[in-house]
Design a protein around this ligand. Structure first.
Ligand code: ZN
Length: 482
């Protein structure tokens, strides 16, 4: 049986997080709103109205194009009408871009777990408006126009991905980038990031592209992975049985985990595109582009690389700390405030700050525990003014009270007990209470030392210096009995 390789391209629709819709003043985000409450004559396509292009939508699309290393952000692009009839498309056409899109050519480098890097090419990137939503309920079709006119960027990749897993990685990285740039919430469950997959198979080494199918209606990364894997298996079965692959559009049914044929695929000719006569050409001059691109942040992969080179972090730490932009900013601020070894800050962040974020459902930018507070806590532990468990507890205390760590240590009396006299008194009390364990230790059960240290820590209210406590206990236990 010949082996096959999968050829996958993805078409993504990204909802931009602008204040208003792309051609009118309605709020862009209708999440949770009652149906048909966030609409106006423009976005419902009443006669005699004119669209006005939202500048913010253009700027966010330019940022994305540049982050995708577009070969050109077109100084002049045009809007077009894409004509089709569907109940949730009130105008009977969607305003989109067609032959002259905002940006052409680009690439997205995708690090794979194998260590390889997959270069995904981007064919074109354009702006368009969203259509409404059709809801099937009780045997009826209900239409909600709230989503009409929400700004979208459509981005189409080349047939560069080779497995369902790679397609999932692409979406994960794209989602990270969109949030990093601050241009979309990129929440797939809410439809901010939608993805259709084009799938075909061929014998490895062949260069032809066989007929492909298009998978629609996947609304999570897991669903995309499963749907593509199922479609690859189906195509292999068909080809093995000598049947041709037809260019169908398939719909993923998440509840049953199966693909259903929706329709034979439309061709572009079916949409009868023509230039949108109600909008001027979109001119992006050099000055505007430069102003927009001045806001382009360092991108995730570049920052990950820099964390390894500049701070000497292991690749694993750098990967986790650059998963989200505010986390990576937090790390850098904490390192600067701390002044010591960056790896120490990384350890505290990876173990303790991430736990805090998970438990409280916050992002690093939302913490009351500031980077300078984390730096101060690490310094207090370094100087042995507090012990490590107190340091960890302090993270939560600062987060809850918003007070500075050193003030909390002073006010709550959290300072480490590192005074030998005080520790010796505590150690004597522990030994006096535990004659059996003392006898066992002296009879050779040396591992009991850990138990004694635990008892002393408890007596000190967790504030004893554990290393010093151990030394004091060992000295007492090794004294001749009596
Ligand atoms: Zn409107």
């Amino acid at each position: 049986m010949p082996e096959y390789e999968a050829i996958i391209g993805l078409e993504t629709h990204i909802q931009l997080n602008t204040q208003s819709k792309i051609f009118c003043a309605c709020k862009a985000d209708s999440w949770g709103a009652e149906p048909n409450t966030n609409i106006c004559p423009v976005c419902t396509g009443l006669p005699g109205v004119l669209p006005t292009l939202n500048r913010q939508a253009v700027e966010k699309a330019i940022l994305l194009a540049s982050a995708m290393q577009a070969e050109s952000i077109q100084p002049l692009s045009f809007f077009a009408r894409k004509n089709y009839f569907y109940p949730d498309l009130p105008k009977g056409y969607q305003i989109s871009q067609y032959d002259e899109p905002l940006a052409r050519g680009g690439r997205f480098d995708l690090p794979l777990p194998s260590g390889e890097c997959r270069r995904v090419t981007i064919h074109k990137l354009h702006l368009e408006e969203d259509a409404g939503k059709t809801v099937h309920a009780g045997g009826r079709r209900l239409i909600d126009f709230n989503r009409c006119g929400v700004p979208l960027v459509e981005m189409v990749t080349g047939p560069d991905l080779r497995s369902a897993e790679e397609a999932a990685f692409y979406l994960i990285r794209l989602r990270q980038l969109l949030r990093w740039l601050g241009i979309s919430e990129a929440d797939m469950e809410r439809g901010h990031l939608r993805c259709d997959g084009n799938v075909s198979i061929r014998v490895p080494g062949e260069t032809v592209l066989n007929p492909k199918t298009e998978i629609k209606n996947v609304n999570s990364i897991d669903a995309l992975r499963e749907a593509i894997a199922a479609e690859i298996s189906r195509q292999i079965r068909e080809v093995e049985a000598g049947r041709p692959i037809r260019p169908w559009t398939l719909e993923w049914d998440e509840t049953t985990g199966t693909l259903r044929k929706m329709r034979s695929k439309e061709t572009e000719a079916d949409y009868r595109y023509f230039r949108e006569p109600d909008l001027l050409p979109l001119r992006v001059d050099e000055a505007w582009k430069a102003r927009v691109l001045a806001q382009l942040p360092e991108l995730p992969l570049a920052r990950r690389q820099r964390f390894v080179e500049q701070y000497g972090l292991p690749a694993y730490d750098a990967e986790i700390l650059t998963e989200e932009r505010s986390l990576s900013d937090y790390f850098e601020s904490a390192v600067a405030a701390y002044g010591g070894e960056p790896k120490a800050v990384s350890n505290w962040m990876m173990n303790d700050v991430l736990r805090l974020l998970r438990e409280r459902g916050l992002s690093a930018g939302e913490l009351k525990l500031r980077p300078a507070d984390l730096a101060q806590i690490i310094q207090l532990v370094d100087k042995r003014q507090i012990n490590a468990p107190t340091g960890k507890a302090l993270l939560d205390m600062v987060e809850e009270t918003g007070q500075r760590p050193a003030d909390l240590v002073a006010r709550e009396g959290l300072g480490q007990v590192a005074d030998t006299g005080a520790l010796r008194a505590l150690a004597e009390a522990v030994l006096a209470e535990s004659p059996d364990q003392v006898a066992a230790f002296r009879a050779g059960k040396a591992t009991l030392i850990g138990w004694f240290v635990g008892q002393l820590m408890r007596k000190s209210g967790g504030k004893a210096d554990p290393n010093l406590a151990r030394q004091v206990l060992e000295a007492l236990l090794h004294e001749p009995a009596g």
